[in-house]
Design a protein around this ligand. Sequence first.
Ligand SMILES: *[C@@H]1O[C@H](CO)[C@@H](O)[C@H](O)[C@H]1NC(C)=O
Ligand SMILES: *[C@@H]1O[C@H](CO)[C@@H](O)[C@H](O)[C@H]1NC(C)=O
Ligand SMILES: *[C@@H]1O[C@H](CO)[C@@H](O)[C@H](O)[C@H]1NC(C)=O
Length: 384
Amino acid sequence: MLEQPSSSFLTACLLFVAASLPAIIIYRLFLIYRKRMDEVCTTIIPEVNTITTPYKSQKIIKKDELELQKPTPVPVKDEVKITQETPQTVSKSFKLSSGVRYVPKDGNRTGYNNPNRPNAGEDAFFVYNNNDVGSRLVGALGVADGVGGYGELGVDAGLMAWQMMENSVENFKLVGSRELYRTPREILHRSYEKIVNEKQVECGGTTACLVSIFKDATTDNMFLNYSNLGDSGFLLVRNGEVVFRTVDQTHYFNAPYQLAIPPKGRVVLMNDPNESDTLYEEDLITVKEGDYIILATDGMWDNVFDEDVVEVLQKNIIQHGSDIEKIVDSTSEELLSKTYAISVNTPSPTLTPFQRYAQQFRRNWVGGKVDDITLVVACISIKE
Ligand SMILES: *[C@@H]1O[C@H](CO)[C@@H](O)[C@H](O)[C@H]1NC(C)=O
Ligand SMILES: *[C@@H]1O[C@H](CO)[C@@H](O)[C@H](O)[C@H]1NC(C)=O
Ligand SMILES: *[C@@H]1O[C@H](CO)[C@@H](O)[C@H](O)[C@H]1NC(C)=O
């Protein structure tokens, strides 16, 4: 008689456990699924979010500072020859002085053997200065971040990123030498198209950010245009103030817009170059000698806040005075070591932009995010 209640209690317990088991399993599976989505984020996505309207960024432009007046009308159609006006009032020629730094997230890579492609992990970059005298293209910058998920398929995720950057340089060279005007978005489009048409990459995905500086035909005025697909980006800094900043494009948590060559039979996240963030026809960002462009992959932007980036820059400007080359070099060096330290939580975790971002999605994240880091600090300066 004494055993009766205890055995029915046991039965009740067993029933309870049996009943909650499926719920626990489903919940565990959900956690695993979510974790996988966050980490891999890219390759096996059930549905593709097609967004056809071009993305428009939230701009931090101070109108008075940016002098939003139109320069000599610029033909924006592809392959339009720039009318060569006599450059009487043009007195200066400009260049981009730059410092570039990168660090791969996990040391050396395997299966990667190209001396022209430094080991920036799955990141890639370029700095192009146009040496053609009289050309209106001053120069261009680019960074790209190969999508890590492709690594799981045995594909070097950096290949697509490098191919995009190399094709872009080729296209910018064409622009420089033939005096064509092509916008960064057109160049993004052509570079991607070449990968597709010539099957330059077996499969892969990448984000990309291209920035170009053009000069007015008849004056020393310069203007900037860009094409940004995904979560790389840049700051335009003038006199210690951010006058322009790009905004990230993501499909969902930690899944940036990306260009892709999908693996056979897979549905992947895939965007068109025409979805990249750029300037509207009526917008104009004029730039001046002494302006700084700080361009980086999310490896930096996830770890360091804009104001801290600007602080490092300003400190170096004060320290090195008129030595532009020294400023860009030491700023990039300092930004890399600062970013790297934060990313690996050294000496201890600090609040990061990624932590803030994760919080918006109710994810637990504290401190830095380990990633490939690539950054370019460029200054618009006078060519000697
Ligand atoms: C990477 O490879 C280089 C050259 O082979 C070597 O000197 C270096 O120690 C390696 N670094 C790591 C982190 O494995
Ligand atoms: C963007 O590209 C896609 C795919 O190539 C195309 O179908 C679409 O019409 C383009 N949209 C615009 C606005 O050009
Ligand atoms: C910038 O690029 C966009 C996209 O190609 C283009 O529509 C716009 O007119 C360009 N603006 C300037 C000032 O070049």
